[in-house]
Design a protein around this ligand. Structure first.
Ligand SMILES: CC(C)(COP(=O)(O)OP(=O)(O)OC[C@H]1O[C@@H](n2cnc3c(N)ncnc32)[C@H](O)[C@@H]1OP(=O)(O)O)[C@@H](O)C(=O)NCCC(=O)NCCS
Length: 166
């Protein structure tokens, strides 16, 4: 089970089913979804995503209690978890993504189980790559996914980054 995390500027609380509206609104912004699906996420899908992320996703607010976004550490296999994050566009450019992601990584490695935290993003998602690099994650590989409806930049592939406990 996850707990609340406080950073210098953010408060991260475990996600609940009451957060569905916030995430529907977040995913309704085409710029936010540009490198993810390219379209809003239907409410029914958001509800299922929230349900399946209970216990490994946090909702972040700033000091003024404004919604910032979400951070996740999804178990992906023995000793491993996938780092994810998505921020409201109004909150970009403030260092919040790196601050929250670093805090989540620290919490992940504070427990006994994780040896590796990894993340993937489109190669052209430079903002996201800067967040991963700010978290001292290392580039692992570039790979090609088979998209039914390729997003702009998909031809440059996806990239994976990782950080290990050691
Ligand atoms: C990816 C995403 C989280 C990055 O957000 P971001 O705001 O660019 O990242 P950070 O919070 O780390 O902020 C870094 C920026 O804040 C600036 N900044 C301002 N104050 C800062 C501070 N106190 N500390 C650090 N950086 C600060 C940095 O200079 C940097 O600006 P730049 O992008 O102009 O170089 C955001 O664009 C997003 O949610 N995108 C949609 C979802 C997505 O693509 N997720 C990843 C898919 S895998």
């Amino acid at each position: 089970m996850i707990r609340r995390i406080d950073t210098d500027r953010l408060r991260l609380v475990p996600i609940t089913m009451d957060d569905i509206d916030l995430l529907v609104e977040l995913d309704a912004d085409p710029e936010v979804m540009r490198f993810i699906t390219g379209k809003p996420t239907p409410r029914i899908d958001v509800a299922e995503i929230v349900r399946s992320s209970l216990g490994h996703r946090w909702i972040a607010h700033d000091a003024d209690l404004q919604f910032v976004g979400w951070f996740g550490l999804r178990p992906s296999g023995p000793g491993e978890a996938e780092l994810g994050y998505r921020l409201n566009r109004r909150q970009w450019g403030r260092g919040y993504a790196s601050e929250g992601a670093r805090a989540v990584i620290d919490v992940g490695f504070a427990g006994p189980d994780l040896v590796r935290i990894w993340a993937q993003t489109m190669a052209v998602n430079e903002r996201s790559r800067r967040v991963l690099e700010a978290c001292e994650m290392s580039y692992v590989r570039t790979f090609q996914l088979d998209w039914l409806e390729p997003l702009e930049g998909a031809e440059q592939g996806d990239v994976e980054y990782e950080i290990r406990r050691s």
